[in-house]
Write a protein that binds this ligand. Structure first.
Ligand SMILES: [Zn+2]
Length: 105
């Protein structure tokens, strides 16, 4: 799959339906049959993660709106998942500070 094929798949903004959609396309991850792209709309500045996968019978794409920057996507994709200890530690910090969840987010 070349860059021209990728641009044909990402034609209209899913938020504002602008035809001149991408102002920024970054390839975040490339594998043999798939590409993870980060696309930002020229008009409304919405950000979309797009996973494009090539199959023997064609190409499929999945888009996901995000408020993350491309650097944040890379940062969080390389971190370990949250585990039970993380949740308990967070709860203990809230309890010690006498705050509830909605006060700290
Ligand atoms: Zn848009």
């Amino acid at each position: 799959m070349n860059n021209q094929d990728q641009l044909k798949i990402i034609s209209n903004c899913p938020v504002c339906d602008s035809r001149n959609f991408p102002s920024q396309i970054k390839i975040l991850q490339e594998r043999e049959n798939s590409h993870l792209l980060y696309v930002q709309c020229r008009r409304c500045k919405s950000r979309v993660l797009v996973l494009i996968t090539a199959h023997p019978n064609g190409i499929s794409s999945i888009g996901l709106l995000t408020d993350l920057s491309s650097d944040e996507v890379i940062k969080f994709s390389t971190q370990e998942p949250i585990n039970h200890d993380d949740v308990l530690e967070f709860y203990e910090q809230l309890y010690a500070a006498k705050k509830d969840f909605f006060e700290v987010i």
